[in-house]
Ligand binder design. Structure first.
Ligand SMILES: [Cu+2]
Length: 259
């Protein structure tokens, strides 16, 4: 969705619930910085002209006597505090804080794993429970080390083609991790970016509001193939998502050999 702010700041269209608040905050910060830049530039020019040599041949060691600049400094600090306390912190608390995550039962839960140079996604499948995984099961055919003997793992769905499906209008909880080096999972239209760090699983959440196909970008230089590390986030309707899940689970229900 294009808004006045996305046009003004040349941002990609916004397609997530918290995106507009983030864009607005960016606009406020830009406006403040713009006012400061213009204001200080004008003052700088004025000071150069006002205290030119021909008018002030002798240095005045007492300096400025008015308190206007102090009041201005205080006003700028107050505006910055309002932006921080009134906008940035509440937005973080609402949209990113670990204490404010949606319940997993009400969300699409997906594990996103970066590796040189693509993205894998893992879903819990129809049972809603992720199967066990262990490094001892790792192989080329089983890059996530999923335990073939764990009943919960049988219906897990893994996509290795850098495509992630999620239904529209429902929170998505994405647990971001990496198999090798540090990557960064970024979807601009969703206004999310999270580093993918080997050994850590870091959750992020967002609610896609617009059906569409969005580019997943690796936002961390991760090696020679970094620029090819693009993926697709496919935001589809709930029935389309259910159909996709069923089509995947069918193959997952067949006996899987990870050897
Ligand atoms: Cu990468």
């Amino acid at each position: 969705m294009e808004t006045l702010v996305t046009k003004l700041l040349h941002l990609p269209p916004v397609a997530s619930a918290h995106g507009t608040d983030l864009d607005n905050l960016m606009l406020y910060v830009h406006v403040l910085m713009g006012v400061l830049f213009v204001g200080w530039s004008v003052f700088f020019g004025y000071a150069i002209w006002r205290f030119r040599k021909s008018r002030s041949p002798k240095a005045d060691h007492a300096g400025v006597r008015s308190h206007v600049s102090s009041y201005l400094e205080v006003a700028v600090a107050v505006i910055e505090a309002v932006l921080l306390v009134g906008f940035a912190v509440p937005l973080w608390a609402r949209s990113a804080s670990a204490t404010n995550f949606p319940a997993e039962a009400d969300a699409t839960v997906v594990r996103v794993i970066g590796r040189q140079f693509n993205w894998m996604a893992r879903y819990a499948g129809p049972d809603g429970v992720f199967g066990l995984a262990d490094a001892k099961h790792l192989s080329g055919a089983n890059p996530l080390g999923i335990d073939p003997d764990d009943a919960n793992a049988k219906d897990d769905i893994v996509t290795e083609n850098s495509e992630i499906y999620v239904p529209v209008g429902k929170p998505v909880i994405a647990h971001i991790s990496s198999l090798d080096v540090i990557h960064s999972f970024a979807v601009r239209q969703m206004r999310i970016t999270q580093d993918a760090i080997p050994g850590l699983s870091i959750p992020v959440w967002f609610t896609p509001t617009q059906v569409g196909v969005y580019q997943i970008t690796c936002a961390q230089l991760c090696g020679n193939g970094h620029s090819n590390m693009r993926g697709l986030l496919r935001v589809v309707t709930q029935p389309e998502y259910d159909a996709w899940l069923r089509s995947k689970s069918k193959t997952a229900a067949e006996p899987v050999s990870y050897d």
